[in-house]
Write a protein of this length. Structure first.
Length: 237
């Protein structure tokens, strides 16, 4: 079953979120300190991912163009509106904006990085799911921590994770034939670094140092793909 690893990854995110929700009634002082601790850890993780870049100019250009596109489309507001709509429909008692914050934070952490792409390609090409199952275990533990402070929005991240990894797994054969290995490796490296900068922004927001509209940076990932394509076509790698 090609989608087994993807399915297990998504299920473990849901299970982790439900466990984290059970821990949400911890005292406010503990919750605040835990939130700061998570923010600091996320910031360090983002920095580590950012250093993966082999050409940081690609990251800068991608983020700048992505920010312009994201602000033009007002993605951050649309995601917040979606979070409030979910809150009204399902009667979740979350603090203002927490559903969108949980969704964006968890999605970026689970989608950005090499494990998702490499694991999904492995599932599609050889029907081996070890990488995605390992990633699912890691994501599940992260979900417990995030959901205990950011709420039920973390659970919604299972949907884009399943779609993202599932599409890669289903199209793995075509991807391996169409995209040269060197170009794919470069995309993974620069996409990881670009996502890392976004994760740093999330960490700083959680600590309270900034109020960056992180969702408006998301188009930067697509810009990375365009830049890598141009670099490969013109032998600029």
């Amino acid at each position: 079953m090609i989608l087994l690893g993807t399915l297990i990854n998504a299920i473990l995110i849901v299970v982790g979120t439900l466990i984290g929700r059970a821990l949400r009634n911890i005292p406010e002082k503990i919750r605040e300190t835990v939130m700061y601790a998570i923010g600091l850890a996320i910031t360090v993780l983002g920095l580590q991912m950012g250093f993966e870049s082999g050409n940081f100019v690609v990251v800068i250009i991608s983020l700048v163009i992505g920010a312009v596109l994201g602000e033009w489309a007002d993605l951050d507001q649309k995601l917040n509106d979606f979070g409030h709509w979910i809150e009204r429909k399902l009667a979740f008692q979350e603090s203002k904006g927490s559903i969108a914050q949980g969704f964006i934070t968890a999605t970026l952490m689970y989608v950005m990085g090499a494990m998702g792409i490499i694991g999904a390609l492995e599932s599609g090409l050889s029907n081996e799911h070890g990488v995605l199952i390992s990633k699912g275990i890691i994501d599940g533990f992260i979900s417990i921590i995030l959901a205990s402070t950011l709420g039920i929005g973390v659970l919604l991240s299972a949907v884009p994770v399943f779609v993202y990894e599932g599409l890669i797994a289903l199209l793995a054969t075509q991807i391996s034939l169409i995209i040269p290995e060197a170009a794919l490796d470069l995309f993974i490296k620069e996409m990881t670094a670009t996502g890392g900068v976004m994760i740093v922004a999330i960490g700083l927001n959680m600590i309270g140092l900034t109020k960056i509209r992180v969702a408006n940076l998301l188009p930067g990932v697509l810009v990375v793909g365009c830049i890598v394509t141009v670099m490969y076509q013109f032998n600029l790698m």
